[in-house]
Design a protein around this ligand. Structure first.
Ligand code: FES
Length: 340
């Protein structure tokens, strides 16, 4: 039977079974607690157990002193509830509270998803995790010291590796390297997380997400996070690309649609190729969104992709009634140069 955990000073409550860590349980229910390594070594997740009992699955982890345990502290990435608890812990309320870290990562896998998109999986050091919010981005620091920004395509609960979708940019040194010279095992420096394109979980409005090209990456992170939290609000994804071959993970939204009745998917093609047989929507994605939503006043709208697309979406949905404060965007233009 799950135990009820009350977090102080916020007063938030969540439930934890006896075989999951307090950190996992909190994360599953949308509370963001600080963590670093997730394996009991760094001490970042330390909190105080004010009442109730916790236990570790094995020996007491190394990231906490015996005297701290005697004083009631515990490492929440390891501790399991053995009764209802009241704990004292600092919660992360917004993206700005996550301090960017600089880490060395290893290229774990390279997977060509389309003619011009590569999925890059980056493995963190075995004793580290990068704490981030769904939809944020990292910077890759090249050997020349230049920075290239890429959105994280995975959700925070799935942080064993970092997933990036890298689009080929002719003349872009880094992306040319990714497509032509990069090998598994290569070590690179990253810094992150950055950005505030994150899910506003406190809202109850229907959500429309609009992705252009590899703007699908942060939107994938947001959606996988929303599914993990069990969010029941309507979620409608529009993905605008030129041709069918640009829908580089087209099967994935279909999997989501089969698993989540509150999720809809509308791919939109703007420049069909001769070989494309396409019974679906055509045109520019912002026009399709406007046609489907003549009144946007009750929506939360998230848009990610090329700046020109994001601006076109914003203009049309605001003209159709969306308060501008509920337009959340990730235009690929956080300073130069960007290659995604
Ligand atoms: S996150 Fe490092 S000890 Fe818990």
């Amino acid at each position: 039977m799950p135990h009820t955990i009350r977090a102080e000073p916020s007063g938030h409550r969540f439930e934890a079974t006896s075989d999951e860590s307090l950190l996992e349980a909190a994360q599953r229910q949308g509370l963001i607690l600080p963590y670093g390594c997730r394996n009991g070594a760094c001490g970042t997740c330390k909190g105080k157990v004010i009442s109730g009992r916790v236990a570790y699955p094995g020996e007491a982890p190394g990231g906490i002193e015996p005297s701290e345990s005697e004083d009631g502290f515990a490492l929440f990435c390891q501790a399991r509830a053995r009764s209802d608890l009241t704990v004292e812990v600092s919660e992360i309320q917004e993206a700005g509270e996550l301090r960017p870290q600089r880490l060395a990562v290893r290229v774990q896998a390279l997977e060509r998803l389309a003619h011009d998109v590569m999925r890059l999986s980056l493995q963190l050091p075995h004793d580290r995790r990068l704490q981030f919010l769904a939809g944020q981005y990292i910077e890759i620091i090249t050997r020349e010291g230049q920075r290239r920004a890429f959105s994280l395509a995975n959700a925070p609960h799935d942080d064993g590796a970092l997933e990036l979708h890298v689009r080929y940019v002719a003349g872009g040194d880094f992306t040319e390297h990714v497509f032509d010279g990069m090998r598994e095992g290569e070590i690179m420096q990253i810094e992150g997380p950055h950005g505030s394109f994150t899910l506003r979980e406190e809202s109850s409005n229907p959500i429309v997400l609009v992705a252009g090209g590899t703007g699908f990456a942060p939107v994938k992170g947001l959606l996988e996070h929303a599914f993990h939290l069990g969010i029941q609000r309507p979620l409608h994804l529009y993905w605008g690309v030129r041709a069918k071959r640009d829908l580089y993970l087209a099967a994935l939204p279909e999997v989501w649609r089969a698993a989540h009745p509150n999720f809809c998917f509308t791919p939109v093609l703007s420049e069909l190729r001769a070989e494309d047989s396409w019974p679906g929507r055509r045109g520019l994605v912002h026009d399709v969104v406007a046609t489907d939503h003549p009144d946007t006043s009750s929506l939360d709208l998230y848009a990610a992709g090329p700046p020109v697309m994001v601006r076109a979406v914003r203009d049309v949905v605001v003209a159709h009634g969306l308060p501008v404060a509920r337009f959340y965007s990730d235009p690929f233009e956080w300073g130069a140069p960007k290659e995604k």
